[in-house]
Design a protein around this ligand. Structure first.
Ligand SMILES: Nc1nc2c(c(=O)[nH]1)N[C@H]1C(S)=C(S)[C@@H](COP(=O)(O)OP(=O)(O)OC[C@H]3O[C@@H](n4cnc5c(=O)[nH]c(N)nc54)[C@H](O)[C@@H]3O)O[C@H]1N2
Ligand SMILES: Nc1nc2c(c(=O)[nH]1)N[C@H]1C(S)=C(S)[C@@H](COP(=O)(O)OP(=O)(O)OC[C@H]3O[C@@H](n4cnc5c(=O)[nH]c(N)nc54)[C@H](O)[C@@H]3O)O[C@H]1N2
Ligand SMILES: [Mo]
Length: 758
């Protein structure tokens, strides 16, 4: 970094490792500002314990889910955020109109604390007022019964438990729709669509034990120091054992470079740290397919680098795949990836040498207009050397929300299989709708064209998480009905429809008492382990209800002739699990097996080299070209990636810092490569406007400060959700419907010379 550069408020170079004492300090601040400090230690120590609650932070598994407490800064933030002592009461709502609250940021709104009462929107006063639960359910039921079922959208954010999500899909299907827009549609949908085509299931194949046996990890497009912090313990251990970790990421992410493990007494005492990545390649945003093809191309040229027996016995489509790789030119690979043939040779050599390789990946792979094809290329590369279905090897998508994978397993899907629908019919005695429903983008489009009239949100911050706020926000407001189940206030709740209700629910950390006593819920982590989670804290308010009970209340009030005994189910969640077991394969002896500490693993046939694809073989794919025909009109088009800061959980902003990237107290910045800045005549600290460079686009984000950063040339970075205004609603991966949040063509222009002088 250039030391002579002028100083910019809030921007300081961060020189330390990730983790370490800085992480402990940040945790202490989170605890002090949110919680009653006397309760905090006991609460945090219950995270991820056999009889405690599952961390709402991320979906990375724990070894047998019974390890001693693993310190994790961002896990601690997620827990303190929920266990905060701050409250949003009816008095707060009486004092603040919805219009005045809408002028606030999500950061401020969530900062007010936990919701305490069921609330109904009153248009005359423009305020939310308290309402009785049953009265609200009855009104909502009346409105829903008046609407065609397909005019209702059922949104889930992946924190809901298996039990809540199962009841939610049952309610929607008995009502008569498969409209399930889901946070997964903005996240790992490319995995859910791509991997079944390649290996027969839409989930990763590795377990934590595989990391003990692996000889190489290739980490692509994810930032574990922030987003999967418990993974850092695993990477740290691998690095210390000298297992190579090769990173492909346009941005230098500190935790992937150097990490001081707060678990390590030695590193903490001596202020030392461990180098994580053995090699770090700054691929251009959207350049991964080119890079992966380059690695494959080298591999084809090596002698004996392929596992020919595996390819012959277990796969189909290799010849077409190989022919396409051969036909892809080095020039196009280098241009598109930003990496040299030599760089990629180094990766291919390491890969050819390793007997067991894991590839991990996140949003840097999926949130592109070729997201699904990207995922399939990763599978192809692994298949070339038989790296699926053997110890120490496999594919490892890093899921987002702590139970997003479980939500999918228990039926949150806008495209249910015939087998699943048949089972619903058999177990519940009604015929569920067969027609495909809406995903997240389609739901928004239906709201815009007026065919969707109501939305029920089981958690999340739908409109803010979506692209194109200029379209998504009015879409929410155009509805007849919106219903939100949440823990904290956010802007989507305030985009009120003709009628809107806000229901406060219990969080993971809180005691859930029903008629038969204390209940546990279950979740499935990134590695397909299903286990129980039981909260212990006193609920934030006596009015709170559990998610399963709110869903059941809504369903009962909406469906007069329902076939389901909602009240009994909610009295004992074991009964819900019995029904899940009857309906969905893989949950045999569900209730018995979640009582074993650590839980159980869902069946993953590819780990035994059984491929439930249409051919019964693992399928190679063909990624034509290197995705060169990226849209983007005009000169000087850069590619924008929108990403998370260290102090953020999706649309929940904990604080305005992004410590490892050297940003403090602000989020209005654009990370830029110094060469690109020079070419555009920009300096560190300049204030710019960003506009989307697609045909007909009008999207703009004004007054953003340029920060020189170690980022691949041609790539710029800004924070989500502020930069979502730049992503057009229809700019997405056509295979999976995932918005291309990580590859928006943009143009950056200096606001004015006068502003620069200020
Ligand atoms: N603390 C915390 N934990 C979280 C979350 C959170 O917001 N905060 N969110 C949760 C959720 S829902 C999810 S989905 C996950 C998200 O976890 P990640 O997948 O880590 O998501 P992002 O922060 O969006 O960052 C993606 C990384 O991809 C890189 N990248 C961007 N574009 C490209 C590209 O084209 N190619 C490559 N190779 N890399 C690229 C960026 O530089 C960045 O390092 O985390 C989960 N865990
Ligand atoms: N530009 C851009 N946009 C993105 C992304 C990106 O990388 N770039 N990432 C996308 C991804 S990966 C995802 S997953 C989506 C996330 O989209 P969402 O899942 O919709 O968003 P969150 O911010 O996680 O939701 C936060 C809200 O959840 C509620 N909540 C928290 N805990 C609970 C609970 O236990 N129960 C209930 N019922 N509610 C709870 C609170 O009210 C809180 O305000 O955003 C997507 N949007
Ligand atoms: Mo996500």
């Amino acid at each position: 970094m250039n030391n002579k550069r002028r100083s910019v408020p809030g921007i300081r170079h961060y020189d330390g490792p990730a983790g370490g004492w800085g992480a402990l300090k940040a945790t202490a601040i989170a605890v002090r500002t949110q919680m009653d400090t006397l309760d905090a230690p006991a609460t945090l120590l219950r995270t991820n314990q056999p009889d405690g609650f599952d961390c709402p932070g991320c979906a990375w598994p724990d070894k047998e889910h019974k390890s001693t407490f693993q310190f994790c800064e961002n896990g601690a933030k997620a827990v303190t955020w929920e266990a905060t002592s701050k409250r949003v009461t009816p008095a707060f709502f009486a004092e603040n109109t919805v219009t005045s609250l809408l002028a606030k940021s999500d950061f401020e709104l969530e900062g007010y604390g936990r919701l305490t009462h069921p609330m109904e929107y009153h248009r005359e006063s423009d305020t939310f007022r308290p309402v009785e639960w049953e009265q609200a359910f009855a009104r909502i039921g009346e409105i829903l019964r008046e609407l065609p079922p397909d005019a209702v959208e059922f949104y889930t954010s992946g924190r809901a438990s298996n039990e809540a999500a199962f009841l939610f899909q049952l309610f929607a299907r008995e009502l008569g729709t498969n409209n399930f827009p889901d946070c997964s549609n903005m996240c790992h949908e490319a995995t859910s669509v791509g991997l079944p085509r390649s290996i027969g299931i839409g989930k990763g194949t590795v377990s934590l034990d595989d990391f003990d046996n692996t000889e190489l990890v290739i980490s692509i497009g994810h930032n574990p120091g922030t987003n999967h912090p418990r993974m850092m313990g695993t990477l740290h251990e691998l690095a210390r054992r000298k297992v190579p970790i090769i990173v492909l990421n346009p941005m230098r992410e500190r935790a992937l470079e150097r990490f001081a493990d707060p678990q390590s007494v030695m590193e903490m005492a001596t202020y030392s740290s461990t180098d994580i990545a053995s090699t770090y390649f700054q691929v251009k945003a959207g350049g991964d397919a080119a890079a992966l093809k380059g690695i494959a191309k080298h591999l084809l040229a090596f002698e004996n680098a392929l596992d020919s027996d595996f390819i012959a016995t277990h796969t189909q489509g290799f010849d077409d795949f190989a022919a396409d790789i051969q036909a892809t030119s080095w020039a196009s690979i280098e241009r598109k990836s930003g990496l040299s043939r030599q760089d990629l040779h180094q990766v291919a050599e390491a890969y050819a040498k390793s007997n067991a390789t894991i590839i991990t990946y996140g949003m840097g792979i999926t949130q592109h207009n070729k997201g699904t094809s990207n995922v399939r290329l990763i599978a192809d590369l692994l298949l070339m050397r038989g790296n699926i279905g053997k110890p120490g090897a496999g594919i490892c998508p890093l899921r987002g929300h702590s139970n997003v994978q479980g939500n999918r397993t228990v039926g949150i899907s806008e495209k249910p299989t015939a087998a699943f629908l048949g089972k619903i019919n058999e177990v519940f005695g009604f015929t569920p709708p067969a027609a495909h429903g809406h995903d997240a983008v389609q739901a928004t489009e239906a709201m815009i064209n007026g065919s969707a009239r109501a939305m029920i949100c089981l958690g999340g911050n739908f409109a803010v998480a979506m692209p194109d706020h200029a379209r998504a926000f009015p879409a929410m407001r155009s509805l007849d009905l919106s219903v939100h189940v949440g823990t904290k206030l956010n802007r989507t709740h305030l985009l009120t429809a003709k009628q809107t209700w806000l229901f406060p629910c219990l969080g993971r950390t809180e005691l859930d008492m029903q008629q038969t006593g204390r209940q546990s819920i279950t979740v499935e982590d990134s590695m397909s382990m299903v286990h129980a989670s039981s909260g212990k804290l006193k609920p934030a308010s006596p009015e709170l209800r559990s998610e399963p009970s709110i869903v059941a209340g809504l369903a009962k009030a909406t469906l007069p002739h329902t076939r389901i005994d909602w009240t009994t189910l909610v009295s004992d969640y074991d009964l819900i699990r019995d029904l899940i077991e009857k309906t969905i394969p893989g949950f045999d002896q569900y209730n018995q097996r979640i009582r074993i500490p650590g839980g159980f693993r869902m069946p993953l046939p590819p780990t035994e080299r059984v491929w439930p694809t249409s051919t019964g073989k693992a399928m190679f794919s063909v990624f034509e070209g290197v995705d060169e025909n990226q849209p983007g009109v005009g000169d000087n088009v850069l590619r924008l990636v929108t990403l998370r800061s260290h102090d953020q959980y999706n649309t929940t902003i904990y604080a305005l810092d992004d410590r490892y990237r050297g940003v403090f107290g602000r989020r209005d910045i654009l990370f830029m490569n110094e060469g690109d800045m020079a070419q555009l005549g920009l300096e560190h600290g300049d204030r710019v406007d960003i506009s989307t460079a697609l045909q007909g686009s009008v999207q703009q984000l004004e007054d953003i400060t340029v920060v020189a950063y170690s980022i691949a040339s041609g790539t710029v970075g800004a924070y989500y959700p502020e930069a979502n205004v730049l992503v057009p609603l229809d700019y997405l991966d056509k295979d999976s419907g995932t918005p291309s949040y990580k590859s928006v063509p943009v143009r950056v222009t200096l606001r004015s010379k006068e502003i620069r002088a200020l």
